[in-house]
Design a protein around this ligand. Structure first.
Ligand code: CMC
Length: 429
């Protein structure tokens, strides 16, 4: 009969160890019993960038990267994008179940009635330089929010915690919109609580002298679906940052500023911005082959391609491509789309990309849509951070409630100098 264990023989000592297998994993702490002598610290596993290390159990998001499957709390992303709305999905991610009518009404009410920010937050944002990157403003302002809500440090008080969740989900579009208006030198627009989550966001971005702003329903819905697609993606770089910072029991604003900082980089949430800059640089269909050649010569990365987890088409990329058609009917086609399609066509046929399972990821087409909606490229990572706030918070709560979690503290393999004596300045080479 097969046993659910792993047998390891240490050839240094000829000793054999039998380790239990649970959920197809071994507990890395079990390795510590593998020692050459009693003084030995014990075996560690070495895993730079956590490529093969599960740092948590989770019930939030499921990804099968080989098959291109993404589910939130068991629901396929395709169904959520087609039938759900962002606030419903946010509720699902935070609480684990889709809301019934009453739960949804209460949730929507709470989010809608926390959209305003303290006037001093507005004043604080006004102090940024006129050309500040909106993501820099976003990160700094989210961090600053912790100083406005000191009760947020009470992270094990469920009521206080829920209040911060309402505040964060409600206020991130306001902060994002203020950061955009700031870079444009335009007055900040206060939230309009009669509008939907994305309708209000569009109003805060666009509204000028209208007494009542009416969002375009196609763009409002497109943004809502894009927010659903970006709401969570299990243990990625930003989410891991949220969990690691949160594991020291800091407040959610401070932890989330760190998660957003991780998202900012071009290999993560900054990729949609990098894709757009790449497409603008290519500029014309005739330049695509030379660009691809440069990628294959390892001079460049093809931004928006490849993923640590998906080794197949990113299911979000398929959905984003569908949204593009609807948006372009309103905005007119983005000329960069042809360059993107040609890049994808060549890459999907070329051995270099096929061999490495490099497919378009969610960011390859989202930037083209955002640009058609007239967002400046510097706003792209901010547009990612708004919906990801929900995922960060859901993962943060799960971490806090998980009895197996402790302050995150990885080990290292020290390869530096052995002990040596201090050398006086005059005696140094
Ligand atoms: N262009 C060219 N070659 C690539 C690319 C790319 N975009 N991505 C991976 N490769 C190559 C890489 O050079 C390596 O080749 P080899 O085995 O010959 O050395 C092979 O493919 C495997 O890549 P890797 O670097 O081991 O893969 P990773 O899992 O460490 O990196 C990634 C994943 C997303 C950081 C990477 O694919 C990348 O830099 N992509 C471009 C940036 C991007 O689009 N990021 C957005 C990710 S989706 C949004 C999100 O969830 O954050």
């Amino acid at each position: 009969m097969s046993k659910n264990t792993l047998t390891i023989t240490d050839n240094r000592t000829d000793k054999t160890y039998e380790l239990p297998i649970t959920n197809d994993t071994i507990n890395a702490m079990e390795l510590r019993q593998i020692k050459v002598n009693p003084e030995d610290f014990g075996m560690l596993s070495y895993d730079p960038a956590f490529k093969n290390t599960a740092s948590t159990k989770s019930t939030i998001t499921y990804i099968d990267g080989g098959k291109g499957i993404l589910r939130y709390r068991g629901y396929p992303i395709e169904q959520l994008a087609e039938k759900g709305n962002f606030l419903e999905v946010a509720y699902l991610l935070i609480f684990g179940e889709l809301p019934n009518e009453q739960q949804y009404a209460e949730w929507k009410h709470e989010i809608t009635h926390h959209t305003f920010v303290h006037e001093n937050i507005k004043n604080l944002m006004e102090a940024f330089r006129y050309d500040s990157h909106p993501m820099g403003m976003f990160i700094a302002t989210v961090a600053a929010m912790s100083t406005f809500y000191p009760e947020a440090r009470d992270i094990f008080d469920e009521e206080a915690r829920l209040k911060q969740i309402h505040r964060l989900i409600a206020k991130v579009p306001t902060i994002a919109a203020f950061s955009y208006r700031h870079t444009r030198g335009l007055p900040y627009v206060y939230p309009d609580n009669d509008l939907s989550y994305t309708g209000n966001f569009l109003s805060m971005l666009d509204r000028m002298t209208q007494l009542k702003y009416e969002p375009n329903p196609v763009l409002e819905r497109a943004l809502d679906v894009l927010f659903i697609l970006h709401a969570d993606h299990e243990q990625n770089c930003g989410t891991s940052a949220m969990r690691v910072i949160g594991s020291s029991h800091t407040d959610p604003y401070t932890a989330m500023a760190g998660a957003a900082a991780a998202l900012y980089g071009p290999l993560h949430g900054g990729a949609n911005e990098a894709v757009l800059r790449m497409l603008l640089e290519i500029g014309d269909l005739k330049n695509v082959p030379a660009f691809v050649k440069g990628v294959k010569n390892r001079e460049r990365l093809l931004m928006g391609f490849g993923h640590r987890v998906y080794k197949n088409y990113d299911p979000r990329a398929t959905l984003v491509k569908n949204i593009a058609d609807q948006v372009f009917e309103v905005t007119g086609k983005n000329p960069l789309l042809d360059i993107a399609l040609e890049l994808e066509r060549i890459a999907r046929e070329d051995e270099f990309f096929v061999e490495r399972n490099l497919y378009p990821n969610v960011d390859f087409y989202s930037g083209i849509i955002y640009q058609a909606m007239r967002f400046p490229v510097s706003m792209f990572p901010v547009l990612f951070a708004i919906p990801r706030t929900v995922g960060w918070l859901a993962q943060w709560i799960e971490m806090l409630e998980d009895k197996e979690q402790k302050i995150a503290r990885p080990r290292q393999v020290y390869l530096g100098s052995d002990s040596r004596d201090f050398v006086a300045m005059n005696d140094r080479k």
